[in-house]
Design a protein around this ligand. Structure first.
Ligand SMILES: C[S@@+](CC[C@H](N)C(=O)[O-])C[C@H]1O[C@@H](n2cnc3c(N)ncnc32)[C@H](O)[C@@H]1O
Length: 254
């Protein structure tokens, strides 16, 4: 079993350094609703930084000490650390005694809630922290397995068993997935190999386990948690859901 990806934030950032598809969407919501923005699963601060640089205050909830430390360092290095409050908490048990106009769970953070009880608890907690007219936005991968050549649930490796290989930084990245369809769980394995100065092989390994949602399952869960208006888009440009969408983006209001 490989180490959890969130125990190696440096590797996490290497893997996602080029991913910016969601930043304009979440920043736009923050501009519309104002702050502070409650960010669930803030990780190493990828979205947090974009929000803080746009002038927004962020309550950044992140339970992984390693990810939180890297996020705080990133925000401080960018000179906007004072706009962000890092909170060591689990979104399922969030109790901040504060309400916000906007909560977000970017980059599939909800896919780390394995059971229905976990999901219900987290969505109810989000709902409780929103003031009147408040909004919640999140995104999840579209589960799509089986057909060769299609993107996998994590948009990563394609059909189960297929290995995606690509050059990343000064190494070679290999990614593959296993799909436990009965339990809606996908595990993504990452290996990154590079040649060390002495000619030896340096390998980084990490594993990511995610519980995937189907579209109407998450819409119903949002309704059950008290959200009145739930909209689903086929991407961050707010296009309608289509067969080819790789992410579903959910926007719900209290
Ligand atoms: C895919 S990462 C997203 C990180 C960051 N938002 C980004 O866009 O790069 C998901 C994050 O959710 C965090 N997470 C997992 N379970 C959580 C929970 N129960 N409550 C809050 N955060 C959680 C993980 O530690 C991880 O940092």
């Amino acid at each position: 079993m490989s180490p959890d990806l969130y125990d190696d934030p440096e590797f996490y950032d290497l893997l996602h350094a080029g991913y910016r598809d969601d930043l304009a969407f979440y920043r736009g919501l923050a501009d519309d609703h104002g702050g502070p923005v409650l960010e669930l699963g803030a990780g190493s601060g990828r979205v947090t930084l974009a929000l803080a640089q746009a002038g927004h205050a962020v309550l950044a909830v992140e339970p992984s000490p390693a990810m939180r430390a890297r996020g705080a360092a990133r925000l401080a290095a960018a000179g906007c650390g004072e706009r962000v409050t890092w909170i060591d908490a689990d979104m399922r048990a969030l109790d901040l005694e504060a309400t916000v106009p906007l909560a977000i769970a970017p980059f599939h953070a909800l896919m780390h809630l394995p059971t229905l009880d976990d999901q219900d608890a987290a969505l109810r907690a989000v709902n409780r922290h929103l003031g009147p007219g408040g909004a919640f936005a999140t995104d999840v991968f579209v589960p799509r397995f089986g057909a060769a050549g299609t993107a996998g649930a994590a948009g990563a490796a394609g059909a189960p068993g297929a290995v995606r290989a690509e050059r990343l930084g000064d190494g070679d990245l290999f990614v593959w997935q296993t799909d436990d369809a009965a339990n809606q769980v996908v595990v993504t394995e990452h290996r990154w190999d590079r040649v060390a100065d002495d000619g030896g092989l340096l390998r980084r390994r990490a594993s990511l386990r995610q519980r995937y949602f189907h579209r109407f399952e998450l819409e119903r869960a949002l309704r059950a948690a008290g959200f009145a208006r739930v909209r689903t888009f086929g991407g961050f440009g707010r296009a309608p859901v289509t067969q080819t969408a790789t992410s579903w983006v959910f926007l719900a209001h209290v």
